[in-house]
Write a protein that binds this ligand. Sequence first.
Ligand SMILES: [Zn+2]
Length: 334
Amino acid sequence: MVEELYPGIYRIGVVLPGNPLRELNSYFIKGSSRDLLIDTGFRRLACRGALQAGLDELGSAPARRDVLATHLHSDHSGMADLFAGPDCRIYMGRTDLERMCSFLSDPDQTPAHRHPRYPVEGFPMDLLEEMHRTNPAMTESMPGADPRLTPLDDGDILQVGDYALETIFVSGHTPGNCMFYIRDRKIMFTGDHILFDITPNITCWDSCPDSLGSYLDNLRRARSYEVELALPGHRQTGDYYSRIDTLLAHHEKRLSEALSIIREYPGRCAYEIAGLMKWKIRARDWDSFPVIQKWFAVGECIAHLDYHRRRGRIRFEERDGVRYYYATSPGASI
Ligand SMILES: [Zn+2]
């Protein structure tokens, strides 16, 4: 399905079968000599068919089509090489581009190598291996680095017809996540930095010591832009500023929850603490969580623990290669 959201700016819904996100919003901007496709979907037949149908409906010619991925996640970047024209560019923020290329250049890395934090935080190795085999983020990505990949830096401008898209680095959801701003129209492509009816996943990254802290700083930074039309990576749009407030409040609550659990159950590892946190998921208990949801939950839990630890509220003790958390003082609060 294609809809015109603003003159020359279209949304193509790309179905994500079996994924709780349901659909990716792919955006297409018709330029004068070149067009820009923002985000593509997983590298999967259903996604490819949906995106191609939308582009056909718009009469998009591959020879003039550049692709922009807001971040490295494969539901955004997975088909970038398939949809960019042969002599065109594939843009991505520099940090994510370098990270994605380092993954792609070594596809045989073991799960423990690729996600070193998880075993240390008590995530069972058999589940980590299962996640690695089945998570589309691992299996439905671009097959390798592509010579058309072009890094963007904070402040870089992409001109597409009348529209100038300004690159805004907002690390947090991924280390090099970006939003794109059309200043004179007050339009913001928010990628997965700001979603309106789901909460963006914030996880731990080995290159980011405090991904939640960065995310919250970049939510506050996002508020400084004048935005009348926010175009998110998934689902509906909504009021930009009130959504930022809701997301900030959500993480404040999560931080309190994590700290209370550590005070009540000192000496648990992140895997166990995640099992004690509340999650919006239809599962009987922690043990029956699907492995991918468990992996997301533990990553998010670790990001909240890192935030507290860097601010001196909690500490860990490592025993037999696993970290166990304690509050630094019984009354510590956020
Ligand atoms: Zn994402």
